[in-house]
Design a protein around this ligand. Structure first.
Ligand code: PRP
Ligand code: URA
Length: 208
């Protein structure tokens, strides 16, 4: 499935601010949340609607509402948490699950430490959230975990992707739609996205 690079001017502007190493923790966190809201708008474009009849102050009208498709948001800890509130601001009824993964600094392989998903996740459209798609290992593992619980309709929503991670994710999970704000140049020798924005978790939470 082709990835969707959501390069709306507002998103490009905010991504540039995120990349700037002078951007401080609070501004960085706010920007991640705002970009997540904008990505959510695009990633929910295909939600089904149904017609209802309502009475406006002027007349009766047939109009559309969401057809009640159930959603689940699954941020990958830690950095994916930074996207959660921005997504919930548009889809407040979504249920939320959590997957804890960190990348081993030497092997770059994801290490799982937590998984708590809604019990009915198999019946939901699942949006997996992580700002960074670098080697793709974390996203691939998280999506595998969600699929093992029975989820079938899954999207990955991120801020920056490296071509290497995008390819790996597409190969591992060809059925998953991918939405990112920017496709960067490559990974460096430490597995960081270039030009990137640094370590997303550290910048969101002010660690390091
Ligand atoms: C970062 C990021 C992704 C992962 C991406 O998390 O938030 O989860 O790296 O890299 P990958 O595509 O090569 O797997 P990190 O492991 O730094 O953990 P943190 O969010 O707890 O800081
Ligand atoms: N994780 C990050 O936070 N940043 C990168 O560039 C790669 C992985």
């Amino acid at each position: 499935m082709n990835p969707m690079i959501v390069d709306h001017p507002l998103i490009q502007h905010k991504i540039s601010l995120l990349r700037d190493k002078q951007t401080g923790t609070k501004e960085f966190r706010d920007l991640v949340s705002e970009i997540a809201t904008l990505l959510c708008y695009e990633a929910t474009r295909d939600l089904p609607t149904e017609e209802v009849e309502i009475e406006t102050p002027i007349t009766m009208a047939r109009t559309k509402v969401l057809a009640g498709r159930k959603l689940a948001l699954v941020p990958i800890l830690r950095a994916g948490m930074g996207m959660l509130d921005g997504m919930l601001s548009l889809i407040p009824a979504a249920k939320v699950g959590f997957i804890g993964l960190y990348r081993d600094e030497t092997t770059l392989q994801p290490v799982e430490y937590f998984c708590k998903l809604p019990s009915d996740i198999a019946d939901r459209d699942v949006l997996v959230l992580d700002p960074m798609l670098a080697t793709g290992g974390s996203a691939i593992d998280a999506i595998t975990m969600v699929k093992k619980r029975g989820a079938k309709r899954i999207k990955f929503i991120g801020l920056l992707a490296a071509p290497e991670g995008l390819k790996a994710l597409q190969e591992a999970h060809p059925d998953v739609s991918i939405y990112v704000a920017a496709l960067d140049e490559h990974l460096n020798e430490n597995g960081y996205i270039v030009p990137g924005l640094g370590d997303a978790g550290d910048r969101i939470y002010g660690t390091k």
